[in-house]
Design a protein around this ligand. Structure first.
Ligand code: PLP
Length: 373
């Protein structure tokens, strides 16, 4: 068998992530490798921390990108904060809330589930009832932007409830960061993680995380060692949080991927967070209007819709997989299938990061029209 270089086809990425990437970010990836303890590299790491403070709207000292995808950010939050015997309330209204339950249980803790229908936000009354019925829960965990359904929940209100009952908050912001407001300090979120491949429009494979001082106190007061060596923040701190010369090797950082993250965060700073949020909102409205003109409707009720992830109901009699295949083959456009309980019921159209532009909206609408008729 002869194997030659791999050249990926040209695609327009409009699924649930990864999103399209700007040439500036791709060029950053191709810069020369330097050592992960090189003083110049460490200066860049410090800049990444500063830029992540901006993206998360936090001053948390413990803010850094984990060298692995969003799922590792999720695990990092749970393995560091949750110990055997703890009780954790997990709000489940889609696939990723379900994964949080798995994480809690794998930490040897009990997950108390607050379940809502897929396509609806987390119900605050149910959460309050669960907090009243289970005094002493360690944390409330929830997904801010459920990628499986396109729903956004009220993070500020969820966090306020958790504080009222003296519980920590663990928030998944994989799909929300840089697409809709994520205000970690204002909302008093204790642990928050994201991914690089969605609204940050960077390559997949890194998970920015941030932990509050209260979360760090909880970690310092643990009775058991963190069960994961790689994700133990006490150890990662030695590489990401120490001053210059005292930084020590923990793992070989993904040097070039971090160049790419740095560039995408510089681009976010240049645009400005609020402008990025406005851009995502505006392109969502244009997409919605175009979908309605095609006779298509969104799954989620107005007011709870994520502008960056649009779950579109599949009309009766349409072979949804064939539509996606034709969109890819004839137009080079990737849109997402439904996940879990919504498989076969919705398409997921992402307008994330660089893929949130008037050009993308027009392309996907005309391709859908061409495919459906
Ligand atoms: N959480 C949410 C809400 C997600 O959408 C995803 C990925 O789509 C993840 C977690 C997991 O991230 P990754 O696929 O980068 O591991």
């Amino acid at each position: 068998m002869t194997v030659s270089s791999f050249h990926p086809p040209s695609r327009v990425l409009m699924g649930p992530g990864p999103s399209d990437i700007h040439s500036r970010v791709l060029q950053a990836l191709g810069r020369p490798v330097i050592g992960h303890l090189d003083p110049e590299f460490i200066m860049m790491m410090d800049e990444i921390k500063g830029l992540l403070h901006y993206a998360f709207q936090t001053t948390n000292q413990m803010t850094l990108p984990i060298s692995a995808p969003g799922s590792a950010g999720m695990e990092c939050a749970f393995v560091n904060l949750v110990e055997p015997g703890d009780n954790v309330i997990v709000c489940v209204n889609g696939v990723f809330g379900g994964r949080m339950v798995e994480n809690v249980e794998r930490c040897g803790a009990t997950a108390i589930k607050v379940v809502d229908d897929w396509g609806t936000p987390i119900d605050l009354n149910k959460l309050e009832d669960a907090l009243k019925a289970n005094p002493g829960v360690k944390a409330v965990a929830f997904v801010h932007a459920e990628t499986s359904t396109g729903v956004q929940s009220d993070a500020a209100a969820i966090s306020a409830l958790a504080q009222k009952f003296d519980a920590l908050t663990i928030m998944d912001a994989v799909t929300s960061l840089a697409g809709t407001p994520v205000l970690v300090d204002e909302w008093k979120i204790d642990a928050c993680y994201s991914g690089t491949q969605k609204c940050l429009s960077c390559v997949p494979g890194l998970s920015p995380v941030t932990f509050s001082e209260r979360a760090l106190e909880t970690i310092r007061g643990r009775n058991h060692k963190v069960q994961s060596w790689f994700l133990d923040l006490n150890l990662i701190m030695g590489y990401w949080s120490s001053e210059g010369a005292t930084r020590s090797y923990h793992h070989t950082a993904p040097v070039n991927t971090l160049y790419a993250l740095h560039e995408s965060l510089v681009m976010l700073k240049e645009e400005g967070l609020e402008n990025a949020w406005k851009r995502h909102a505006k392109n969502h409205l244009a997409l919605k209007a175009g979908l309605e003109a095609l006779g298509l409707t969104l799954l989620v009720e107005e007011g709870y819709r994520l502008p960056q992830l649009n779950a579109v109901k599949i009309p009766g009699g349409v072979d949804e997989a064939l539509v996606r295949r034709r969109m890819l083959a004839d137009f080079g456009i990737e849109i997402g299938a439904g996940l879990g309980a919504l498989a076969g019921k919705v398409w997921r159209i992402g307008l994330m990061g660089q893929s949130s532009s008037p050009r993308h909206v027009t392309l996907v609408l005309s391709a859908l029209e061409g495919t459906l008729t």
